[in-house]
Design a protein around this ligand. Sequence first.
Ligand SMILES: [Zn+2]
Ligand SMILES: [Zn+2]
Length: 143
Amino acid sequence: MSRAAAEEILSSVGLKKTPGRLALVHLLLKAEGPLTHQEIAQKMKGFALNPVSIYRSLDAFVHAGIVHRVDTGERVGRFALCVCGNHEEGHGHCHPHFTCKSCGKTECLEDQVMPDLAVTRPGYTVHEVELYLWGICASCSVK
Ligand SMILES: [Zn+2]
Ligand SMILES: [Zn+2]
């Protein structure tokens, strides 16, 4: 994943391409899974972005729909790039998330399709759908 990809992502939602934001998107592009704010701040050391700016940028990314917040019930939220291309706020998650009970790793299951939960109760409108799975990941299974 190149720097050009990071620029394209920011342009697609009309966000200003500051060096810090580009570095942040680049980091999320390279990430293997959703990262916590703390992990991001650690990896962003050396860039002109302090933890507060990182938080604001992530917030802007979430609002723009290029990043989704993964909340698995831990005290910390995690952030990952959106892969569905649906840049609308509040569209919900386009894929389930998996957290390993053994190593604690959280992953985006981009290859899994979200089930279609059509709510048939009259008067109910669904705005967001999120699906979290807990279990044992592949690397913990072989141990
Ligand atoms: Zn595991
Ligand atoms: Zn995800």
